[in-house]
Write a protein that binds this ligand. Structure first.
Ligand code: 13P
Ligand code: ZN
Ligand code: NA
Length: 276
């Protein structure tokens, strides 16, 4: 099924669709083993940094081949695309979905760059996500000043025809100093006036009951990155602290299987609790 239809179906069913970032073979396979064991679909995301790290063609082919290997229904998505040029390269490389992140641009410029990407993606049948409002990036200040406004969301979606919209309702990228408190009333108001799929960025560190409440009230795509990196590296660091094993194929699987356990927990969490 195409991603757009899947997201529409899941939104209707008040189910979340997990979107996880991958950084290498191990984190990718850790995620896919979880999806495979639970027979759940998953969106595989690449940021510019991961693309630079692996190489664009390698990253997308690795994702695609691994989906087949694990027999998982999934899509390759560009996360936080920062320029039309990068988006274009990803479309050419066969991504199913691209995000153009104009969230730090003035409203009208965000509309313009998103319109450009929507136009380009059409020719490829690709899905497009944009961001409106300000979800703090790693290391940036968290604050309520950038929350998405319903009227702006409505105008933005109408003007751009974007498929999915990342909104700011109280999450931030990375872990939190204080437990976040999502603005569910604001989410409801946005969901009422926008037909597009709503995306929750910054899910790492958000209490599960709040993620579930968000899904019950209109969020569908749930982005998870930091918790994956964290569990993978913490496990590796621990494994290596008093161990001089040099066969990495004996060391990495422990970290990979921790990623699997984490992602299984998340997949179960977002599955279905329309009555939460
Ligand atoms: P976290 O790193 O907080 O999970 O956020 C992920 C994200 O939003 C990727 O786009
Ligand atoms: Zn994000
Ligand atoms: Na987060």
């Amino acid at each position: 099924m195409r991603l757009k239809e899947k997201l529409q179906q899941f939104t209707k069913e008040k189910r979340g669709l997990l979107a996880t970032n991958y950084y290498n073979l191990e984190t990718l396979h850790g995620v896919l083993r979880a999806a495979s064991e639970l027979n759940e679909p998953v969106i595989l995301q690449l940021t510019q940094s991961s693309i630079d790290y692996m190489g664009l063609e390698t990253a997308v082919k690795l994702g695609r081949a691994s989906l087949e290997q694990f027999n998982v229904e999934g899509w390759i998505h560009l996360d936080h695309g920062g320029s039309v040029d990068l988006v274009q390269r990803c479309l050419d490389a066969g991504f199913d979905s691209v995000m153009i992140d104009g969230s730090e641009l003035p409203f009208e410029e965000n509309i313009k760059i998103t319109q450009d990407v929507v136009q380009r993606a059409k020719a490829y049948g690709a899905h497009v996500e944009a961001e409106l409002g300000y979800v703090a990036k790693l290391g940036q200040e968290h604050g309520a000043q950038g929350f998405t406004q319903p009227q702006e969301a409505k105008d933005f979606v109408e003007a751009t025809g974007v498929d999915a919209l990342a909104i700011a309702i109280g999450t931030a990228h990375g872990f939190y100093k204080q437990t976040p408190k999502l603005d569910i009333d604001l989410l409801k108001a946005i969901h009422e006036v926008t037909p597009s799929t709503l995306v929750l960025h910054g899910s790492s560190g958000v209490p599960h009951d709040q993620v579930q409440q968000a899904i019950s009230n209109g969020i569908c795509k749930v982005n998870l990155a930091t918790e994956i990196k964290n569990i993978f590296m913490k496990t590796l660091q621990n494994e290596l602290s008093n161990n001089d094993e040099i066969d990495l194929r004996k060391v990495f699987p422990k970290a990979t299987s921790q990623v699997t356990d984490l992602v299984k927990t998340k997949l179960i969490m977002i599955k279905n609790y329309s009555d939460a």
